[in-house]
Design a protein around this ligand. Structure first.
Ligand SMILES: [Zn+2]
Length: 473
């Protein structure tokens, strides 16, 4: 008995993290866009215990002066890849301190193989106890493709029977959702949708190449990822009979321009109605798409944040940036601009938009790229409030967790970001982070700076590990 008590002691100490009192702060209500000035926010355990305009004290609490500062909910990156499934290398744990240093307190992981779940379980426990700086792994899904698969090492299905069996297997493994991918046939996709419906198991991901966004939505796909692919424009074209079913290889540059110009607001509104009826969310990952079409831009290729990526990725990305030919730059820019128009039109028609970066892809950075995504939403035409919602309230709603998280509300989980300036006036102010509260634990500016240094140290160690004999990819 005595030994048991001794073993329990460290856990109890961890649970007794000191209370945090944020004094005289401006609280941003991301639901309504109002700002309540002069608030005192008390965090106790991992919850927001109290929000009041009366001055309060709490013995032993860490006090932060919030004068002139703005409090928002912790940010979510709804599309990340932490695992290196293609190369088989260990997961990029150096992302974790970078997420928190940039105010990203929750993530949705988009390719967690059942065999990798032990990592997620460990991260979830580290995040819960605060023993290491790790965001919430709010949801993790496993990628399943058709044949031939887009990526090596992905799980694939050829037949409806295989698809149904794999849905059952993935659900039983403890993964949170099934991620559908581009090469699935209509037959296997239909089987996945049906089996998921029977098991009440969510599926989300790419719209398969042989299907439309409207069809995938009607089948029950919870979220649709990415944007700017030619089939998307064809679906939104007012000349569908001309463009539907054409393969990208059949689209000449002239046809591409014509296709972009034929995208219609009316078609976007009709698609939005379908997505809304089926409660399908849209996670465009604009920041990743921008690098895909404009990755030869010096502002992308010579980004100072390259120091926050490992040497193998850096080599890959340089190689990636070499593929661009300057000749088609105008077309690439037109495609990017039209993609932003699509985001705006779907948003204006009420579609639930999610902020995701597709971290793990070239020129996407842990944490800071989420802020780029928010700026791109504003560039597309969303208000700063609407942009902020994509990374807070919308994410919580999408996962059915809005009663627990997603706003600065008494009783909710204490994932918070304290900003130097008002993000509703300028979304770039969301980058000016004074402090973060992760699951009730305070991280001051000095702590956040130390986390960035920690990430750099991990990246350096990784480089040495690679040179001393890890296999390439
Ligand atoms: Zn992805």
């Amino acid at each position: 008995m005595k030994y048991l008590l001794l073993l329990l002691l460290p856990l109890q100490l961890l649970a007794q993290e000191r209370a945090v009192l944020l004094r005289n702060v401006n609280v941003v209500d991301v639901e309504t866009g109002t700002v309540r000035t002069g608030q005192h926010v008390l965090v106790s355990g991992n919850r927001i215990e109290r929000i009041t305009s009366k001055a309060i004290t709490r013995k032993g609490a860490r006090v932060v002066d919030g004068s002139g500062k703005f409090l928002i909910p912790g940010l979510w990156d709804m599309h990340v890849h932490v695992f290196n499934n293609i190369s088989g290398l260990p997961p990029n744990e150096y992302y974790h301190p970078l997420f928190l240093a940039n105010g990203v307190t929750s993530v949705r992981e988009m390719w967690t193989k059942p065999g990798s779940l032990h990592h997620v379980r460990r991260w979830r426990s580290e995040s819960a106890t605060g023993s290491r700086p790790v965001p919430r792994y709010a949801s993790v899904g496993t990628l399943v493709d058709g044949v031939p698969a887009t990526w090596p090492n992905s799980d694939t299905v050829r037949t409806a029977a295989e698809a149904r069996a794999l849905v059952r297997e993935v659900k039983a493994s403890g993964v949170d959702f099934f991620k559908v991918y581009g090469q699935l046939s209509r037959e296997t996709y239909a089987a996945i949708a049906d089996e998921c419906r029977k098991l009440n198991f969510p599926f989300a991901g790419h719209v398969p190449e042989g299907m439309t966004m409207a069809e995938a939505s009607a089948a029950g796909q919870r979220s649709q990822e990415h944007l700017g692919y030619w089939a998307m424009f064809a679906e939104l074209s007012d000349q569908q009979q001309k463009f539907r079913g054409l393969k990208p290889s059949e689209l000449t540059p002239a046809l591409r321009i014509e296709l972009l110009q034929s995208v219609s607001a009316q078609k976007a509104s009709a698609l939005a109605a379908v997505l809304n009826r089926n409660r399908t969310a849209f996670c465009p990952t604009i920041v990743q798409f921008r690098a895909t079409v404009l990755g030869d831009d010096p502002s992308i290729r010579e980004d100072g944040r390259l120091q926050f990526t490992d040497s193998m990725d850096r080599a890959d990305w340089t190689e990636f940036a070499r593929r661009f030919t300057p000749g088609n730059r105008t077309l690439r820019e037109a495609r990017f601009r039209k993609s932003l128009d699509v985001v705006r039109m779907l948003h204006e028609n009420g579609v639930l938009v999610l902020a995701g970066t597709d971290l793990g892809n070239p020129f996407v950075y842990a944490g800071s790229s989420l802020h780029d995504e928010l700026s791109l939403f504003v560039e597309a035409g969303l208000s700063p409030l609407a942009a902020l919602q994509t990374a807070t309230l919308n994410a919580a709603r999408f996962l059915g967790k809005e009663r627990e998280i997603g706003t600065v509300t008494q009783g909710k989980l204490a994932d918070l970001v304290l900003l130097e300036a008002n993000p509703l006036a300028d979304i770039a102010n969301a980058r000016k982070i004074h402090a973060v509260v992760m699951n009730g634990k305070l991280l001051t500016r000095a702590d956040l700076d130390a986390l960035q240094q920690d990430a750099k140290a991990q990246i350096r160690a990784l480089g040495q590990g690679v040179q001393s004999g890890a296999t390439g990819r």
